[in-house]
Design a protein around this ligand. Structure first.
Ligand SMILES: [Zn+2]
Length: 109
């Protein structure tokens, strides 16, 4: 179990970055690819917006962009009948053999 997975289990998404090189990693890395130093981590605010989505039966899935331009895939829980591109969402995370991300549309249009 990595630090990242452990944090997901607690409901926290950790953003991995290098302060010196000003690089944000879209997935978890122990060390920076450029300077090879141990990466810095910060807890995400877990808010984002819908970039694109598709429908499977009555469920929606899509790509969400959170802070630092990080894009994640997961299920989308719409406010009404269907989500819309650009809507703001709140991210929930968990870990069960693999990371699970779900995004609830916020009522803030
Ligand atoms: Zn670096």
């Amino acid at each position: 179990m990595t630090f990242f997975d452990d944090e997901l289990k607690k409901g926290n998404f950790q953003i991995c970055f290098c302060r010196d090189c000003n690089i944000t990693y879209s997935s978890y890395r122990e060390s920076c690819i450029k300077c090879l130093k141990k990466t810095d981590r910060k807890k995400s605010v877990q808010k984002g917006k819908i970039i694109e989505f598709s429908r499977r039966n009555n469920d929606f899935f899509g790509i969400i962009e959170i802070e630092n331009g990080i894009r994640l895939m997961g299920s989308i829980i719409p406010l009404e009948k269907q989500p819309e591109i650009g809507q703001k969402v709140k991210m929930s995370v968990s870990f069960d053999k693999k990371p699970n991300y779900s995004f609830t549309v916020e009522n803030n249009q």
